[in-house]
Design a protein around this ligand. Structure first.
Ligand code: 4AD
Length: 460
């Protein structure tokens, strides 16, 4: 009741305050500024001295409130996550204890006002140690935390670096549809839906459409969501992921491998440079794990040698019966990751048997059982890129549809590429979220997404 009586007012005799984002404060030392943000943390040192860590999504600033500014009704009902505006001078903190984006500096407030209140229950919703399901239910609030918001900022920088890479190398960005009536990676992971009166699918990969782009614009890429109805729940599988795909005409398999190596190394270099200049809190929030440097050239290992490696290093198809892998077996995620972690450097696993791979892959000239295919495996995460040369002979493609039991009719536009000016070409798809996990040392892929989608989760 007493607090309701206390009113503070903006002192109009003070110099005008420029409205700023927190990241720009360093240029305004000793000047009067106005900043908006959310109360990240509130600490009171007696009744008349409050410290607020204010967050505006571009940084954190320590705010000092004194005297009657701490005694109003708005102050008495101020909770974490309230939105406020603060006026004051951006000054060196004499005690040198201020944290935030600019340690040692703080905003000595002369006035503040409430923009949008918060609620007392804010501290009861979750803690950073709550179980993952609770954290995912509260994802909209968890995102405001310093770690999750840094990952989102890093994701934006990484995506930007991919685009820069492609534009620098002369690619054109295309935007294929994600509502489709064809499959690319096998029927078992297709999401289907009712598309007006017809069957529709959510795309598994934009590859087939990108292949039609090469005769129009030459090297091309897209960054779009792909969807997979993955039955298994693992720490690297999503139902919706962002797929960075590219396609290049008139290249050889060797060119394709070099293209993928160039992509991964160049993007990592670019991210490293941007992080130096675009001051970011990620390293602080994540405990300072640096971006890994990858040794070039990447190790190249044939599928056949991987089977041999597993046999020789006690990596079993079935650990219980100690059954060994044989040529032709799919090496599942777990043993594949075990091998990658043991070797502990990027591996380009190449030349998979045709029986394990999608219908569109070009066979090897010297062994028709094998395909000109590649998976890039990174330590800690496993497969991050899948690519191949594409079957470019019409008869072979017709045969491949038949073998897979696919009706060629809905693929007429894809088949037409082989009828009108077919050419050797190849491309790949990189899972953005898996790449982010590898780069930032994130354990579970859900933490690399704004709002992850996986089996059992479609909200928020
Ligand atoms: O190996 P995949 O299935 O290859 C394709 O879809 C090709 N058509 C791409 C192309 O050549 N244009 O998928 C490529 C990459 C994988 O290496 C992985 O990084 C990611 O996409 N990926 C997934 N990421 C998260 N969750 C899933 N369920 C994923 N499935 C694939």
């Amino acid at each position: 009741e007493r607090a309701k009586q206390i009113k503070i007012e903006l002192d109009l005799s003070l110099p005008p305050a420029k409205q700023l984002k927190i990241r720009d404060l360093s240029k305004y030392v000793d000047q009067r500024v106005k900043i908006y943000g959310w109360v990240h943390h509130l600490r009171t040192d007696g009744k008349k001295l409050w410290f607020i860590d204010l967050r505006d999504g571009t940084g954190f600033a320590q705010i000092v409130l004194t005297g009657e500014m701490c005694m109003t009704y708005e102050a008495a009902t101020l909770y974490r996550e309230a939105a406020i505006a603060v006026y004051g001078k951006w000054v060196k903190d004499e005690k040198g204890r201020a944290q935030g984006t600019f340690p040692g500096y703080e905003l000595a407030a002369d006035f503040w006002e409430l923009v949008g209140p918060s609620c007392a229950d804010i501290d009861m919703l979750f803690t950073k140690d709550s179980n993952p399901d609770i954290l995912m239910n509260q994802r909209h609030l968890v995102l405001r935390g310093s770690k999750a918001s840094s990952v989102m900022r890093m994701r934006s920088i990484i995506t930007h670096c991919f685009r820069e890479h492609f534009f620098d190398r002369g690619y054109t960005e295309l935007s294929p549809p994600t509502l489709v009536n064809t499959q690319c990676e096998g029927g078992s992971t297709l999401f289907n839906f009712n598309y007006f009166e017809d069957d529709g699918y959510l795309t598994q990969s934009s590859q087939l459409y990108l292949e039609t782009g090469i005769a129009a614009v030459n090297d091309c890429f897209c960054i779009l969501p792909s969807y997979r109805a993955e039955k298994s729940q693992t720490r690297r599988h999503l139902a919706e992921f962002h797929h960075i795909e590219a396609e290049r005409p008139f290249i050889t398999f060797e060119d394709l491998l070099e293209t993928i190596e160039d992509l991964v190394c160049d993007v990592i270099d670019r991210v490293g440079k941007k992080m130096e200049s675009d001051m970011d809190t990620f390293l602080r929030a994540s405990g300072g794990k640096p971006i890994p440097k990858l040794e070039r050239p990447f190790l190249r290992m044939t599928y056949e040698d991987a089977v041999k490696y597993c046999r020789e290093h006690g990596i079993y198809k079935d650990p219980e019966t100690k059954e060994h892998f044989e040529f032709g077996d799919d090496i599942p995620e777990k043993p594949e990751r075990q091998m990658t972690d043991e070797i502990n450097r990027p591996i380009m696993l190449i030349k998979f048997p045709a029986s394990l791979k999608s219908f569109y892959m070009q066979k090897c000239d010297d062994d028709k059982r094998l395909t000109e295919s590649v998976d890039l495996l990174l330590p800690g995460v496993g497969e991050v890129v899948g690519g191949s040369m594409r079957m470019w002979d019409m008869d072979e493609l017709m045969e491949a549809y038949k073998k897979e039991g696919m009706d060629p009719a809905p693929y007429y536009w894809f088949t037409d590429q082989r009828k009108y000016g077919t050419c050797p070409h190849g491309g790949y798809g990189l899972g953005l979220e898996r790449f982010i996990c590898a780069l930032l040392g994130i354990h579970h892929i859900r933490d690399a997404c704004l709002y992850p989608r996986y089996r059992g989760r479609i909200a928020p």
